[in-house]
Design a protein around this ligand. Structure first.
Ligand SMILES: O=C(O)CCC(=O)C(=O)O
Ligand SMILES: [Fe+2]
Length: 224
């Protein structure tokens, strides 16, 4: 399941963050954090996460994502990597690759889900689409500023070359409480259905039964 989530960051926060990320001095070659095979095809830049200003923003953006109700429902996060800010200037791209299955050095986490939170308006740059290779063919994503895509880390994907302007994004990875993507999707669908049921008829007996089943499936499948 691939899901797009709108308005993770509001316009005011986006303006402050993109202003902060406008300093060239912050950025280093993205190849520093790529696995050996992805390094071959990675041509982008990343903000040095140890800079004090960037450290605060990583925390703030990570929290905004973690708190989002739709993200909670779709990802059921156990742990998340710190958010990473990336920049693609004209000519930069990231060729086809699959993300490392385990990340995080001393405190490793399994990457179940990857996300890209778009920080620039799509009309301000050309190219820079995130392409995912799914069983239904290639899907292209270029979302409004403040929106994010959440996709299985098992997906082959790439970022198309930027041909005008700059593409700024926040990216990261999630280890889910629910390892199996099919199980995670069942929980997402049940949760969506019970919320709609609640809106239609309040806390009915049917709502209670779906809620009970959802909770019990979570108990069956959850790894924590
Ligand atoms: O920027 C993106 O949309 C994805 C970046 C990516 O694939 C990665 O850093 O592994
Ligand atoms: Fe990737």
């Amino acid at each position: 399941m691939i899901i797009c989530i709108a308005d993770v960051l509001d316009a005011e926060i986006l303006a402050d963050l993109t202003r902060e990320l406008s300093s060239d001095a912050l950025f280093v070659d993205g190849r520093k954090t790529a696995g050996w095979h992805a390094r071959e095809v990675k041509r982008n830049e990343q903000a040095d996460g140890s800079q004090p200003g960037i450290r605060d923003w990583r925390h703030k953006v990570g929290e905004a994502i973690r708190r989002h109700p739709l993200f909670q429902m779709a990802a059921r996060p156990a742990r998340m990597t710190p958010v990473r800010f990336s920049r693609y200037q004209q000519g930069m791209h990231y060729g086809n690759h699959v993300d490392d299955p385990v990340m995080g050095g001393d405190q490793p986490l399994r990457t179940d889900l990857s996300f890209t939170l778009f920080l620039e308006s799509p009309e301000d740059y050309d190219g820079g689409e995130l392409i995912t290779d799914t069983s239904a063919g290639e899907q292209r994503y270029k979302l409004p500023a403040g929106a994010m895509i959440l996709y299985p880390s098992s997906t082959l994907h790439r970022v198309e070359p930027v041909t005008r302007g700059r593409r700024l994004a926040a990216i990261g990875w999630v280890q889910s409480q629910i390892r199996d993507p099919a199980a995670r999707e069942i929980l997402f669908d049940l949760d969506t259905a019970r919320r709609q049921l609640f809106e239609r008829e309040g806390k009915s007996h049917e709502f209670d039964l779906v809620t009970k089943s959802l909770a019990n499936l979570q108990r069956l499948w959850s790894e924590i």
